[in-house]
Design a protein around this ligand. Structure first.
Ligand code: SF4
Length: 352
């Protein structure tokens, strides 16, 4: 076993077993009742794992419930339109996940039996090492350890691993062999869920609940009280950026543009420039209608929204990517979460 921490118990089968029994017994008694854990299926596991990438459990819950009503299985998902799928995903962000699920469902309906290996899963759309390990272990009983941020936190604390990682994904790559060495052979899926649950509900980033932790007797950092040292991640510098957005409102509609950014591809937002087909426009420089902020990854964006006062439309046919959204159709448009909120707020303030 390479790259394992220099700790006596990880090499002892008996001690590993004691640790597995402790964490699995705790999980059996304390796991949260989550809808994908009720009558679990491969489909439910895939959908929940895609949704939980970059998204908190509490945020994903209503989306998952709604998704299961709209698309209860791979077949119904494979038959659905992309528009309908993106609409069901609206507000969860990172929309490429929804597109990849759509592509994956079209492949899944051709399977006689689902693939079992990590590599086969990693070749599927949108499936990285984490989702491949989660799905193959939870839904298919394979002994493949997951290693996400929660797992890194628990394991670096268990073994007081002080190595400094340049970012989260480097840490996950380096810690995965440790996770793999500890996974239960009998219950790999439950073990993976147990360690992630421990990270989410007990081994918090700040103020972990060591006194009630089921693996305290195995944990170096818990026993020494020095958990703040782990994991050692090099802090990333915060970035800032300012964007201009344009509020181009006609009689009963507003102009939107489908974002080309990978993260938001195809999701509508207020346009970032006044397109060429809008003529005779005027805005008041330095006087935006409103200024809003949102954080994506490490960057805090300031978005200045300017009202376009006078305009004529040069062409009748809209260039690709643009759409006039009638106010009455707002519910059926797929908008990014922040822009839906801001548009509603601006519209409401205009009426007051
Ligand atoms: S004992 Fe404390 S630091 Fe160690 S795994 Fe448990 S909660 Fe985390």
């Amino acid at each position: 076993m390479e790259n394992l921490p220099n700790s006596s118990w990880i090499l002892s089968k008996k001690k590993r077993l004691a640790y597995q029994i402790a964490i699995l017994s705790w999980y059996d008694q304390n796991k949260r009742e989550l809808p994908w854990r009720v009558n679990p299926t491969l489909y439910k596991t895939v959908i929940s794992e895609f949704m939980l990438q970059q998204t908190r459990v509490t945020t994903a819950l209503p989306y998952f419930e709604n998704w299961m009503i709209e698309f209860p299985d791979f077949f119904s998902l494979s038959q659905a339109s992309e528009k309908k799928i993106l609409k069901a995903w609206e507000g969860l962000g990172y929309y490429s996940r929804a597109r990849n699920l759509h592509l994956l469902s079209k492949i899944a309906v051709q399977w006689e039996a689902p693939p079992l290996t990590l590599d086969d899963w990693k070749n599927l759309p949108g499936v990285g090492p984490y989702i491949a390990a989660a799905v193959t272990s939870i839904a298919l009983g394979q002994k493949q350890a997951v290693c996400d941020g929660n797992v890194v936190r628990v394991l670096t604390r268990l073994f007081a691993i002080s190595e400094s990682f340049k970012d989260g994904s480097t840490a996950q790559k380096k810690i995965r062999p440790v996770a793999q060495a500890l996974i239960s052979s009998e219950r790999p899926g439950d073990y993976n869920q147990a360690i992630m649950e421990l990270g989410a509900t007990i081994c918090h980033r700040s103020s972990p609940l060591c006194s009630i932790c089921p693996v305290l007797t195995h944990c170096k950092a818990g026993k020494s009280g020095e958990w703040t040292n782990y994991p050692a991640l090099t802090p990333k510098p915060k970035k800032t950026a300012t964007l201009q957005r344009y509020w181009i409102e006609g009689d009963n509609h507003i102009l939107l543009h489908a974002s080309q950014k990978k993260r938001l591809a195809g999701v509508f937002e207020l346009p970032e420039k006044i397109p060429n087909f809008i003529e005779n426009s005027s805005i008041t420089p330095n006087k935006p209608l409103t200024v809003r902020k949102r954080t994506i990854g490490n960057t805090e964006y300031t978005e200045e929204i300017f009202r376009v006062e006078i305009f004529t439309i040069k062409e009748e046919t809209l260039p690709s990517g643009y759409a006039w959204m009638k106010w009455s159709e707002m519910k059926s448009f797929t908008l990014s979460g922040p822009h839906r909120k801001w548009i509603n707020e601006i519209k409401k303030s205009q009426k007051e």
